[in-house]
Design a protein around this ligand. Structure first.
Ligand code: 9MR
Length: 396
């Protein structure tokens, strides 16, 4: 039966009627195709002793949805389970349970893993910055804690996790450095230090800087100007991650991100889209960005598609991704990875951000993990043009 199917598939490819069967196959020659994965898609387990709650996630067994993840994506990123508050909740206490389950599942499915994320002001366990008496630690103590954290995690995942978001969200949208605890205690040096520690811990692993709102020229300029001299001095950095949490109709993302890719290429680095999603819901007060502490009040007016996304909106969604992918394809030599944030609409953090409890449609797969029409349209974008003279290409 299976052989018969394979034979049919082969014949279809030979006569040119079928192109790739999945996103990863269609874009194999373009970039790494990835998605974030949550713990319920992996093994449906809570972290040992975890009392943490996450936005968007459905806390029920969704292990059957992993099939779509394995089919369409060659790269996966843990949505939450490798963040500091989960993996290193107390000094010297590491909990790799969920991270290990994810890595095991990904490797068993022939996928690659990117770790997210080592140094981030948010979701950082509170002990990191204070001593036993609750007083802020010195620069030396913080450096030691960062080094232990990075060495232990990279050591644990050596040979299994191929790249890491080393520093996450260190810049404000105006291009200045965020006044985080890391910055307050160590100044801007905390960024090159984190990269240096990660490189020392595992020189074979790829290292990334990752941030949101990277379509905003001022922010991109701040990031590029910060990294340029460091790269000249030999900073071990592989790529800049552009998260890409978008809001439909907000701005001309296609044009802006193309400019960003080119600005980053000018410092000799590729870009990677690390957390793509697009909210289809009304945008409160012209809000933009992905700062997890920003929230607005719920109202039904702001949640208009509780019974499903209207067909015209779905068309707009499809067209947006087609235009975005065409731009990426034109810049493919500067694009390392294209990674979506959450497989399906049910799990997307966008249902809870920046207003809690809405029904959003921000991902490529519906609430049952069935591909939206978008997926086939994106696959078709890379299909070879029909051969001249063939039935399809002839003018009527
Ligand atoms: O999608 C994640 C959500 O489930 C968590 O509640 C939240 C806080 O940990 O983080 C979300 O993921 C964020 C990512 O780690 C960093 N960039 C912004 C993402 C969306 O908030």
């Amino acid at each position: 039966m299976r052989m018969k199917f394979n034979l049919l598939a082969l014949m279809a490819v030979l006569v040119g009627t079928v192109h790739a069967q999945s996103l990863q196959e269609a874009y194999r020659d373009y970039w790494r195709m990835g998605v974030s994965v949550n713990q319920w898609e992996v093994k449906a387990e809570e972290a040992v002793g975890s009392n943490l709650s996450y936005s968007g996630g459905v806390s029920a067994d969704q292990t059957s949805h992993y099939q779509a993840i394995a089919q369409h994506f060659g790269w996966v990123v843990p949505e939450n389970c490798m963040k500091c508050e989960v993996i290193h909740p107390q000094e010297g206490l590491y909990d790799f349970t969920l991270g290990d389950q994810l890595v095991e599942k990904a490797l068993a499915n022939g996928q690659h893993v990117v770790g997210h994320c080592l140094i981030w002001h948010s979701q950082c366990a509170p002990w990191f910055f204070v001593d036993d008496e609750g007083k802020q630690v010195s620069a030396e103590v913080l450096k030691k804690r960062m080094k232990d954290h990075i060495f232990t995690i990279l050591g644990h995942y050596k040979g299994k996790v191929e790249g890491w978001d080393v520093v996450n969200e260190a810049f404000n949208d105006d291009g200045t450095l965020r006044r985080s605890k890391f910055y307050e205690i160590l100044g801007e040096d905390f960024i090159p230090l984190a990269f240096q520690y990660a490189h020392e811990a595992d020189p074979t692993v790829e290292l990334y800087y990752n941030d949101y709102s990277m379509n905003k020229a001022q922010k991109v300029e701040g990031v590029v100007n910060f990294f340029r001299p460091l790269i000249a001095k030999g900073l071990p950095i592989t790529a800049i991650g552009l998260q890409g949490h978008l809001i439909y109709g907000d701005t001309d993302y296609v044009k802006e991100y193309e400019q960003t890719i080119q600005a980053i290429a000018s410092i000799g680095l590729p870009s990677q889209f690390t957390e793509l999603d697009i909210s289809m819901l009304p945008n409160p007060y012209g809000f933009s960005g992905a700062n997890v502490s920003d929230r607005f009040k719920y109202s039904e007016m702001m949640d208009p598609y509780r019974n499903g996304l209207p067909a015209d909106k779905q068309e707009q969604f499809d067209q947006f991704w087609i235009d975005f992918f065409k731009m990426l394809m034109a810049n493919k030599e500067h694009v390392l990875r294209v990674n979506f944030w959450c497989l399906n609409d049910a799990n997307s953090w966008r249902n809870d951000f920046p207003i809690k409890g809405r029904s959003d449609y921000a991902t490529l797969f519906d609430r049952q993990s069935q591909p939206k029409p978008t997926v086939q349209k994106l696959i078709q974008l890379t299909a070879p043009a029909p051969v001249a003279g063939s039935k399809k290409s002839r003018k009527k």
